[in-house]
Design a binder for this molecule. Structure first.
Ligand code: UDX
Length: 438
């Protein structure tokens, strides 16, 4: 397969203008490539063309405005783009179904369209999957679909790759431009070379593998990080029962450079769009292979138990929560985002509602998204208003502004604060304070 050489700009199509697609597209355009985002939602296309981003991510607006209209364009018409692209990056969602299996319908739809366009084109592109897909997907789903829809052969008429993303929300632009490593799973050498050429100018180690190894690297990374959080939480639960501060324990443990200090923050558990979904999908795949995946399932079990532990602790302090006014501080799945997917704050809120509490919530950014998911909460515009008259408060996201709260606690009916995130230093606050794991 001829590869455009010379290190010049590539024509890149990014299928899917969601979170990963937008960061990737802006990043690649900033390297000088000619990038087209293909997005099926018309309203998003219009907003994006006008420079309005439907997601908030630090640094993305700035990067976007530098390249939009020049190196970067957005369109709903993939048929006009895919046939004239050297590299097509598929960045559509891969949500979980109820049973934990991966829903590949967006991948199938995008790949089908790409294949159909390829059938009438003379360009030999590399199709690279950036969405999280389970090991085997490129070989068993993407390749046959592309070959059937295009009537062309992988390895001869087009290339195939998997380029997992490791972007974390809040640091995604930096993660893209300064990655620790770029993993490229490729069908063949020319496919790998084209993907590597697209990333020229970006640092980080390069790891080139076959397709399914790259797919597995992505899932293993997330399973590993999630396992550290769940192990920290299990240790944290024991620490609490033994009157030990889990943070002191884990700080010392993390000083061992075989372990390292990151992802050891014990508390109410992990949320977000990746960890639960990816660990569940991996465990389900293990089951399909006749393997038990006990550890993967335990990661999820521990995580799902943490919100209930926070509510139990509150019940131990206050007795029945029926009719009690509880301030809930934090709805985003982590600070610095408005994203509430798998948010532990919402998990705690749902449990509190189940036992009849009156939940008064505050989050600096995530309230509109939270309201769409759980309309039965009372939403306030500030921590002060949420705390006023409350019988108790729980902290479920460590927003920096919460660490500065002081006078606000005085307006509570009982200044009881249960911290699920180690967000507060209670000294001198005059509150009754309990940490979930310390
Ligand atoms: C994660 C991965 O970090 C990223 O590489 C991948 O591409 C997508 O999933 P993200 O979901 O944006 O990124 O957030 P991350 O910062 O990893 O945090 C995930 C969750 O774990 C958050 O709810 C956070 O509060 C929680 N967490 C993290 C802990 O509870 N304790 C920790 O020590 C670290």
């Amino acid at each position: 397969m001829p590869v455009r050489s010379g290190g010049g700009p590539l024509r890149i199509a990014v299928a899917g203008g969601g979170y990963v697609g937008l960061v990737t597209a802006a990043g690649l355009a900033s390297l000088g490539h000619r990038v087209n985002v293909v997005e099926v939602r018309r309203a998003w296309v219009n907003a994006l063309q006008a420079g309005q981003l439907p997601i908030s991510e630090p640094g993305l607006d700035e990067l976007w405005s530098k390249v939009i209209g020049d190196e970067l364009h957005v369109t709903a018409e993939g048929d006009k783009i895919y046939g004239a692209s050297d590299l097509i990056l598929v960045c559509v969602g891969t949500p979980s179904r109820e049973d934990g299996t991966q829903d590949l319908s967006y991948i199938r739809a995008a790949v089908q369209e790409i294949g159909e366009v390829m059938s009438g084109s003379v360009v030999n592109p590399v199709v690279a999957i950036k969405s999280s897909v389970l090991p085997g997907t490129a070989d068993e789903v993407v390749r046959p679909l592309l070959e059937k829809a295009s009537g062309r052969r992988a390895g001869a008429d087009f290339g195939l790759a998997n380029v997992p993303e490791f972007l974390a929300e809040g640091t995604a632009v930096g993660d893209f431009l300064n990655p620790q490593r770029i993993v490229v799973g490729a069908l063949d050498k020319p496919s790998a070379e084209r993907v590597l050429a697209a990333h020229e100018g970006i640092g980080g180690r390069r790891i080139v593998t076959d397709l399914r190894t790259a797919e597995m690297i992505k899932y293993t990374s997330n399973a590993f990080l999630a396992s550290r959080v769940s192990l920290s939480n299990e240790i944290g639960n024991m620490c609490k029962a033994l009157s030990i501060d889990a943070y002191k324990v884990l700080e010392a443990v993390g000083m061992d450079d075989r372990i390292g200090p990151k992802f050891l923050r014990a508390g109410v558990g992990f949320g977000g769009s990746c960890f639960s979904k990816d660990v569940r999908a991996l465990a389900t795949q293990a089951g399909d292979l006749g393997l038990e995946a006990r550890l993967l399932r335990a990661i999820l079990e521990v995580n799902e138990g943490q919100p209930g532990r926070l509510v139990d602790l509150l019940e131990r302090k206050l007795g029945s929560l029926r009719g009690r006014r509880i301030a809930l501080l934090g709805l985003a799945f982590k600070p610095g985002t408005s994203d509430v997917r798998e948010s532990r704050g919402l998990a705690v809120a749902r449990l509190l509602l189940q036992v009849g509490a009156r939940v008064v919530a505050y989050d600096p950014e995530a309230a509109p998204n939270a309201r769409a998911e759980v309309p039965d909460l009372e939403y306030e515009g500030s921590a002060r208003e949420a705390l006023e008259g409350a019988d108790g408060a729980v902290i479920t996201t460590e927003w920096p502004e919460f660490s500065g709260l002081k006078e606000e606690f005085k307006s509570m009916k009982r200044p009881l604060v249960l911290d699920g995130r180690r967000a507060l230093n209670p000294e001198g606050l005059g509150i009754e304070y309990e940490g979930l794991c310390w």
